[in-house]
Design a protein around this ligand. Structure first.
Ligand SMILES: C[S@@+](CC[C@H](N)C(=O)[O-])C[C@H]1O[C@@H](n2cnc3c(N)ncnc32)[C@H](O)[C@@H]1O
Length: 172
């Protein structure tokens, strides 16, 4: 995965192109299931020194790697809060403007619990970008992942242009 993140992935999934439409300077953003931090430095750069970035992952090693990726980038200057959480219901410390969940929601046993957390922790109008690998997450599972959010009142729109992926924007 690390080699893929450094070589082929940036050609297919330019992180800045994918998240730039959603993040402005000063925003409070979260990368949930951040993994090795493929998107994390970009989120931090876009949120800027007056913004905040919350990193959440279930694996300590991954979380640490993501933190290092951010710290290594001199332009990634948002206030950083790493949170280790495996139960799908992290305690998020700030009211969030934007949440990214890339290639992670299919690993969460009970997506409803995570959506409940986001419903509580996001400002009205805040957005969640969900990206899932199209081949791995079939249409029925994709609908199951997003249905709880829609029941809770998130408005769903399709996000286009993410290679070989299912992608949606959910507005709180
Ligand atoms: C396939 S990786 C994707 C990483 C990154 N978002 C990316 O796009 O490269 C999925 C990550 O989600 C994390 N994860 C799975 N279930 C989780 C949960 N319930 N809470 C937090 N993180 C979780 C895993 O530990 C893993 O690092």
């Amino acid at each position: 995965m690390e080699a893929f993140d450094r070589t082929l992935r940036p050609l297919l999934y330019d992180p800045e192109r994918i998240v730039r439409p959603f993040v402005a300077a000063g925003d409070r953003v979260a990368d949930i299931g951040c993994g090795a931090g493929y998107f994390s430095p970009t989120l931090s750069r876009l949120a800027g020194p007056s913004g905040e970035l919350v990193l959440v992952d279930a694996q300590e090693e991954m979380l640490q790697h993501a933190v290092e990726q951010v710290r290594r980038d001199p332009l990634a200057r948002a206030q950083l809060t790493p949170i280790l959480s495996a139960d799908g219901e992290p305690s998020l410390p700030v009211e969030l403007d934007f949440v990214l969940m890339s290639w992670m929601l299919h690993e969460v046993e009970e997506p409803e619990g995570l959506w409940r957390v986001l419903r509580r922790s996001m400002r009205p109008g805040g957005k969640v970008l969900v990206i899932e690998p199209r081949m791995h997450v079939r249409a029925a599972r994709w609908e199951e992942e997003l249905a709880p959010a829609e029941r809770m009142g998130f408005a769903r729109a399709q996000a286009r242009g993410v290679f070989a992926s299912r992608a949606a924007v959910l507005t709180r």
